[in-house]
Design a protein around this ligand. Sequence first.
Ligand code: G3P
Ligand code: MG
Length: 243
Amino acid sequence: MAEVKIWAHRGCSQRYPENTLLSFEKAIEIKNLEGIELDIQLTKDGELVVIHDERVDRTTEGIGFVRDYTLSDLKKLHIYAGSDKSQTVPTMEEVLDLIEQRLKEGMKLNIELKTSIYPYPGMEEKIVELVHNRGVQESIVYSSFYALSLEKVREFEPEAQIGILDTKISDCLFKLKSLRAEALHPFWKGIDLPKERIKDYTVRAWMGGHLYPEKPTGTRLDLAVLEQQGITDVFLNEPEQYL
Ligand code: G3P
Ligand code: MG
């Protein structure tokens, strides 16, 4: 049996709308889940919100950039959730309210700062402060495609756990040379180095895959094959199918 650890990517984002309280509620029900991954952006009035895209168009009926919405206007938008009640874009506070108990019981949370397209000045300090105020810093892994953001997180929180995010694992390792980090977060098809080169690292691989409300293809990853490549953890849209 492969010992690859399973994370819920954007929550349980195959059967439920990604990055919503509903997708996170379903994730925390899964026993033995290693953690949840989510993405953060900042509103016009500086609130940390959980949404993958810089724009609201794909996941809500709205149009435009998250950064041009105040939190109260963003909250008026709906996220389609089928027969379940429609969802709204959650704040980081709301997500922590929901999952804090599970974090205290050992589950982890990977907060991906979506700063590579728009840098969101001040985001790093805000998220570190929020996590600190909640006292859950030991359960958090920060990641970003934008290395300078991770450098700022390290500055505000010297003990932060950081996962270096990139497509190829060789690029993750390259960035690791200028930034202390605990883990590498490559695309699952981006393992372009032999296992020997990465065996000393936690390697959390992410995959694209189908998102709600697309139908799943029914295909399943062979976790043993990933493990042979040196992958220790995987972010999946459908973690409930593996645990
Ligand atoms: O953090 C892993 C993964 O989520 C990175 O890609 O686009 O799904 O945020 P994306
Ligand atoms: Mg992400």
